[in-house]
Design a protein. Structure first.
Length: 389
């Protein structure tokens, strides 16, 4: 029995050491903080929580189709990125994001998404890539295969030009995909030609997160689970949300009432769901292929909503609106549902995990949802069981 526990525990820590990327969260922002001189975003990365958790890639929404070939406030944006690099300790890739869905007066969303590549090259890459990189271009848009081909052709043209005349300037390309995106031809084009994809998920517990990872790898992505998977070059970041206005079960705000600084729980649910998925969703070598070594594997979407779960202390420090009362109301409303939905199958899995950690005197591995009194009693039973042999 002791040997079995040692093997299981060793495998848990082996994965934590060699397959969990850089251990940081990616940050996705929609507001244009540089436009009005709002310091709260940069100030967030100076907090202990920002330094500890949000040390990964950063995504800034800088343009959309409604601007028709323009990059508004580009001088302010350039200075903002310089200030971000100089004032924070974040060394992740800063992605400049094109947000689709607006209606251009002429052309199509795909036309302007392709033009965005040239805009970033002309106005941002030359100013920032060498000294303030790494940088990248990101697309949050729904395009068909032809639309994505147009975008990636523009990327290839820019890269060829830079390689010839400015070889020190490089950039990554990211595309946002929902875990259940439709249009396999478009997904195939994205996975083959982008460097990276941000895969959005909407769950607060590990089992549901793993189910969404499975949907992406085995259904949404055409060839992630067959012998041609290495034809894809895109690496994956799985993105959750802390939006306290989202339904129970879909957001990391569900746990806020248990601990007002709830980002640790959000991080654990995302982090350990990667562990759970490895070797179960796909064969281990295939799953690992889509994880970038020392890359950012997990993130929280919509910083403007997700920042609530960092707690009012952090928000007060950065000068952002407080939302503790709203978050507590959401979390309290979800707590009873979460405990009831903790099925016996999850209970047995949790019992094994908690037993391992109690046995070795290790910090408890986060498992399952935040528990009310009845669920806490179950964990106490685990410890008593171990002590009794």
């Amino acid at each position: 029995m002791i040997h079995t526990l040692v093997i299981i525990a060793a495998s848990v820590f082996s994965f934590s050491a060699d397959a969990h990327g850089n251990g940081c969260l990616a940050t996705y922002a929609r507001e244009k903080y540089w436009r009005d001189g709002d310091p709260s975003f940069i100030e967030f990365f100076k907090t202990d929580e920002g330094k500890t958790f949000n040390c990964g890639d950063v995504y800034l929404a800088v343009a959309d189709a409604s601007q028709e070939g323009q990059l508004p406030d580009r001088d302010e944006l350039i200075q903002f990125v310089k200030d971000f690099r100089e004032q924070t300790e974040n060394n992740g890739t800063v992605y400049f994001t094109y947000v689709g869905g607006e209606s251009p007066s002429r052309g199509t969303d795909a036309d302007w998404a392709a033009d965005f590549v040239s805009l970033v090259e002309l106005f941002l890459l030359y100013e920032l890539a060498s000294e303030y990189g790494p940088v990248g271009i990101s697309f949050s848009a729904v395009l068909d295969e032809a639309g994505w081909s147009k975008v990636f052709d523009a990327v290839d043209d820019t890269r060829r030009y830079l390689a010839r005349y400015y070889p020190d300037i490089t950039f990554e390309v990211d595309v946002r995909l929902d875990h259940s995106s439709h249009g396999k031809e478009a997904v195939d084009e994205v996975m083959r030609r982008s460097n990276h994809v941000s895969v959005t998920t909407f769950a607060s517990r590990q089992p549901e997160l793993v189910d969404m990872y499975s949907t992406f790898f085995t259904s949404t992505c055409p060839h992630c689970n067959d012998d041609t998977y290495e034809d894809y070059k895109a690496k994956v970041t799985f993105v959750g949300t802390g939006d306290c206005s989202a339904p129970c079960g879909t957001t990391m705000c569900d746990y806020y009432a248990l601990n007002p600084n709830n980002v640790q729980r959000a991080y654990d649910e995302l982090y350990y769901s990667i562990n759970d998925a490895r070797g179960t969703v796909l064969a281990r070598d295939r799953f690992d292929y889509f994880l970038k070594a020392n890359g950012t594997l997990i993130g929280l979407d919509h910083f403007e909503e997700s920042r609530c779960i960092y707690g009012d202390g952090v928000l007060r420090a950065i000068g952002a609106p407080l939302c503790g009362a709203f978050a507590t109301e959401h979390s309290d409303g979800c707590a009873e549902i979460q405990c009831i939905e903790h099925e016996e199958s999850d209970f047995k899995t949790d019992k094994l995990k908690v037993s391992i950690y109690f046995f070795f005197g290790l910090p408890a591995l986060p498992v399952g949802p935040a528990r009310s009194g009845k669920c806490v009693h179950r964990e106490e039973t685990f410890e008593m069981h171990i002590e009794g042999g």
